[in-house]
Ligand binder design. Sequence first.
Ligand SMILES: [Zn+2]
Ligand SMILES: [Zn+2]
Length: 374
Amino acid sequence: MSTKRDYYEILGLERGADPAGIKRAYRKLALKFHPDNYKGDKAEGEVKFKELAEAYEVLSDPQKRQQYDQYGHEGLRGSGMHDFSSMGFSDIFSMFTDIFGGMGNPGRGHRRRRGLDLETEVGITLEEVASGCERELDFDRYDVCEMCDGSGAKPGSEPESCVTCGGYGQVQQQTQSIFGMSVRVVPCPDCNGRGKIIREKCPDCTGHGRMKIHRTLKVKIPAGIHEGQVIRVRNEGEPGEDGAQRGDLHVYIAIEPHPLLTRRGDDLICLAPVGFSTAALGGEIEVPTIEGPEMLDIPAGTQYGDVLRKKGKGLPQLDSKRVGDLLIQVHIDVPKRLTERQTELFEELATLDNEHITHRRKSFMEKLKDHFRR
Ligand SMILES: [Zn+2]
Ligand SMILES: [Zn+2]
């Protein structure tokens, strides 16, 4: 029988907690039960800490968490769990260096961070969505100083290795507590954890090793892209620490509205006014397409709201050969003001239509009566 406590309960979390919440809860409780801080019984603090470390190991790993959610403690048997019961505090801390930042083993050195990602937005037209395009981006970013190559030291001089920490960037700090002497690893106060000291500063970047540098960059925007999609340009973000990997540049796409065409997926829609007589007799009208105006056949007897289609005149689908259609929604244009001649003709038409219309109206009225009789 398992007498283990529920991992979520140990961390004080709900079952659906997100990864950031799990990390936060763990960090808070780990600091509470750390031997330097824990006020209660030492043995009890140690048990609590190990319990916490085990719960965190499981819940921070998506695969182990899923097994635990589904089968409980039994589900984790033989899944390569650490045996926390036989571990000392220092072992546990060395496993979680990324959680606590500086708490690693001395000698391992300073962790180099990847550079920050940058974001920008590019506005393109619907025509450019159809063809794909290239944009030149102009922006400033913090970059490695060219004068000192990022060292921060005046050209001709070199950064010196920090004497206090021997170049490791970390020092051990001893504290006397009621549990006896305890040792903690903290970032070196003399070099701020960098392991190096700059005596003569580079005049361009004033010793920071970085400065704002203008960058011009060409970005290819593929045909068929959608509003809000992001193009990730690898290694165009800020440089990483001490030669670590650069961040990325994220280019958000914004599509400018078109005066005549609306996008629906890969299809384009336009509203086309069709003359009263053209709709009745059939004919041709000019409609806008993404490549310019084109003629469209209007069949005789076209009704208001009918949708006509030009195949392959829509937008290309992203990363595919498929192309959408142009849908033309018919809007019958009834003349608001008539010339004398038009009035004459319409009146003549009305007389001719009369019989037919009267017949149609009669059947309409009968249907209406039928409906209310029910
Ligand atoms: Zn410099
Ligand atoms: Zn130092």
